[in-house]
Design a binder for this molecule. Structure first.
Ligand SMILES: Cc1cc2nc3c(=O)[nH]c(=O)nc-3n(C[C@H](O)[C@H](O)[C@H](O)COP(=O)(O)O)c2cc1C
Length: 389
C-alpha cells in the first residue's frame, strides 16, 4: 500500500497549493490527546499525500512511560485523528509503523477514495478535551453506552462501574497510584516539567487550573513543588497526598456517571506495539464519541503504569516503601479488575459535564514547531496554507 514517496517533497514544485490539504490535516491532528500533553511527534511531509511521523522517544524521567506505552497510545490517537481529518477531503488513510531500537516512526499515506465521506467525529476533534472537574452523576443511557462500546471496535471491550461499591473499588486503586505519584521525588520531577502554574493555555504540559484542584490545594501545589523538602513537609504534616487524592480520586470518581476500564478481548499475555497503537486509535474514537454525545472524559493512567512497573520489578524510584506500595497496588489491580495492569488498555471516568464559564486547557505547539526541518519546501507549503486559512 505504501509507495516510496520519500523524494517527492525534495522538489518544491511538487508542493505548491496541493499541500494545503495535507497541512490542514496535520494542523487538526495536533489536537490529539497525549500523556501530559507531551505531543511526542514531529511531522515530515513526503509529498502532497504522505507524511512521516517521527515518534519522540519517551523521557526516562516520565515514570508513567511503562514500556513506552503512553507514547504509543498517543500515537494511535494521532493516527486516528489524522484519518478522521483526512476523511473531510474524501481521503482514505493507510499507515505503517516501523521501529528500530529507540527510534520509531509511522508512515501515513492518503488516497482519494470515492466512497469516503466525512467522518461524523470530525467536527469534535478540536473541542474534545480532558475534563478533570466533577460531572453529573446521572447514569449513561443504554444507547450512550452502546455507542461508546461500538466506537472501540472488536479488539477491545469496555467494563462499566456505575454503582457505589464498584466505583469505590476503582477509586481505591486510583488513590494508591496518587499516593505514589504525590509522594516520590520522581513524581515531583514530572510535575515540575509538566504542570504550568501561571499559564492557563500552555503549548506543552497542563495548566494547574485544568487539574481540578480546589483553590486552597491549587495554591499549595506551586509552593510545595519548588523543593523536595517542601513536598515532604506537605505530605508528612499536612497529609498533602491525601488531600490531593480526596479531591482528584474520591470526589471526582463519585461525581461521574461511570468509571470505565478498557480491555483486550483476547487473552494474550504479551502486547505488541501495533496493538497498543490500536488501543490508542480506539481510545480516540471512544473519546470523540463521548464528546459527540455531550459527555466529558478523564483518563486515569497512573494505576496501570505503577502496577505494570511493579509486575516487571522495575525500580522506578529510590524509595523502597514506594516499591512495596506499587506491589500492593498491583495486587489490588488484580483483585479489582481480574487481570494485571499491562492487560488493561485504558482506565478513566465519564459523565455529563457541569458547565463552567472558564475552561483552561492544554493548548498545542504551533504546527511549524512540529514540522521536522524542511526549510524551503516547508516554507512554501506553510505560506500557501496560511494564505488559504
Ligand atoms: C496515554 C494517555 C494517558 C493520560 N493519562 C492521564 C491521567 O492519568 N490523568 C489525566 O487527568 N489525564 C490524562 N491524560 C490526558 C492528557 O493529560 C491530555 O490529553 C493532554 O494534557 C492534552 O489535553 P486535552 O486532552 O485537554 O487536549 C492522558 C492522555 C493520554 C493520551
Amino acid at each position: 500500500m505504501l509507495q516510496n514517496t520519500t523524494s517527492a517533497f525534495k522538489n518544491p514544485s511538487s508542493v505548491g497549493s496541493g499541500a494545503t490539504q495535507i497541512i490542514k490535516v496535520l494542523d487538526r491532528a495536533r489536537w490529539a490527546p497525549s500523556g501530559d500533553n507531551a505531543q511526542p511527534w514531529k511531522f515530515e511531509l513526503q509529498g502532497q499525500r504522505a507524511v512521516r511521523v517521527h515518534i519522540t522517544p519517551p523521557s526516562e524521567q516520565v515514570i508513567y512511560e511503562y514500556g513506552g506505552r503512553p507514547t504509543l497510545i498517543a500515537i494511535g490517537a494521532l493516527i486516528e485523528t489524522m484519518s478522521i481529518a483526512a476523511s473531510q477531503y474524501g481521503w482514505s488513510t493507510a499507515y505503517t509503523y516501523h521501529r528500530k531500537g529507540e527510534l520509531s516512526q509511522v508512515d501515513m499515506v492518503f488516497t482519494d477514495c470515492d466512497h469516503t465521506t466525512t467522518d461524523e467525529l470530525s467536527e469534535y476533534i478540536e473541542q474534545r478535551t480532558t475534563n478533570r472537574f466533577p460531572y453529573e452523576t446521572e447514569l449513561l443511557s443504554s444507547d450512550q453506552k452502546q455507542r461508546l462500546e461500538a466506537a472501540i471496535g472488536p479488539n477491545l471491550k469496555v467494563r462499566w462501574r456505575e454503582d457505589w461499591r464498584s466505583k469505590w473499588q476503582a477509586i481505591a486503586t486510583n488513590m494508591r497510584a496518587s499516593k505514589l505519584f504525590f509522594s516520590i521525588h520522581e513524581g515531583m520531577v514530572m510535575r515540575e516539567k509538566g504542570v504550568h502554574f501561571d499559564d492557563d493555555y500552555p503549548e506543552k504540559g497542563l495548566p494547574i487550573s485544568s487539574v481540578g484542584f480546589s483553590k486552597p490545594i491549587s495554591a499549595m501545589i506551586p509552593w510545595a513543588s519548588k523543593t523536595w523538602t517542601r513536598t515532604r513537609i506537605l505530605n508528612r504534616y499536612l497529609l498533602g497526598w491525601l488531600s490531593a487524592s480526596l479531591e482528584l480520586d474520591v470526589s471526582r470518581g463519585f461525581n461521574s456517571a461511570a468509571l470505565f476500564s478498557m480491555h483486550w478481548t483476547d487473552d494474550k499475555t504479551e502486547r505488541t506495539d501495533e496493538e497498543i497503537i490500536g488501543a490508542g486509535r480506539a481510545l480516540q474514537r471512544f473519546w470523540l464519541t463521548a464528546e459527540a454525545q455531550g459527555l466529558a472524559l478523564q483518563p486515569s493512567y497512573g494505576p496501570i503504569a505503577f502496577s505494570a512497573l511493579a509486575d516487571d520489578n522495575v525500580r522506578f524510584t529510590k524509595d523502597s516503601w514506594a516499591l512495596r506500595d506499587a506491589r500492593k497496588l498491583a495486587n489490588s489491580i488484580q483483585r479489582v479488575y481480574g487481570t494485571t495492569g499491562d492487560q488493561i488498555a485504558f482506565l478513566g471516568r465519564v459523565g455529563k459535564p457541569i458547565k463552567r464559564s472558564d475552561a483552561p486547557r492544554s493548548w498545542r505547539q504551533p504546527l511549524a514547531d512540529l514540522m521536522k526541518d524542511q526549510e524551503d519546501d516547508l516554507h512554501e507549503a506553510m505560506t500557501v496554507y496560511e494564505r488559504s486559512a
